[in-house]
Design a protein around this ligand. Sequence first.
Ligand code: ARG
Length: 269
Amino acid sequence: MTAASTIHQVLMCPPTAYDVCYEINPWMHLENRPDRSLAAKQWDALYQVLATKIGLTVHLIPQPPECPDMVFTANAGLVYEGKALLSQFRYPQRQPEVAYFRTWFEQQGYQVITPPSNCHFEGEGDALFVGDVLAAGYLKRSDICSHRWLADTLGLPVLSLELVDDRWYHLDTCFLPLEAHLVAYYPEAFDDYARTVIENNFETIPVCEEEALRFACNAVVIGHQVVLPTGCPQLTDALQQRGFVCYAVEMSEFLKAGGAAKCLTLLLR
Ligand code: ARG
């Protein structure tokens, strides 16, 4: 069994206060705010696929009005074997979310662990299991010091991957673990050394720029079922050829904040 095949539960946040109220990544523009009722429908469609088609237990955390980005629960932290490694956000705009996520994790009985001070860490957005190896992104949001902390806290090997393009600012925007040794990724989002590390460690499916811009890599993988944003036919084809069942969900309103299906979902291992 790999870490990825044991997921039965996820955490999501219904978008009751979702909006674009500040700009902290190149996707966010105050003059291009989301249609909130359409966003609610898109979120609901994702919820339905995860809960009904895939049969996951979906836990919900309410969205406080002062946290417009809290719908992106992948950034709550990293959950592994009863531990919740809490995020420490780079930008002040998202820092108020931490207290809410901490309370939720504590109420669920997780052992909550906080990153070292001055060390940014944005949760599963920048830390994804590939089998039993943790792939971790750094530079844009999480700091590399968080990788040592992750490795020490979890007792697992961590592969550090440098992100070089502001548009793919979290690892989960450009890197998609599929099986214990298989990933899809957008090579141009990484520095040369990270690409070499990825190619040396995994079998890879390259994602083209057009689909990377539609957040093709920002998909939820549960066993051999993949929930990915619409408009990614090439990746969908490649996945189907390998026996994956794909569900496409329209994510236009969440792309306006720089997120899609995976960002809206925290895996609870
Ligand atoms: N607007 C949010 C931010 O910039 C989007 C977060 C997307 N989350 C993710 N896991 N990639 O922080």
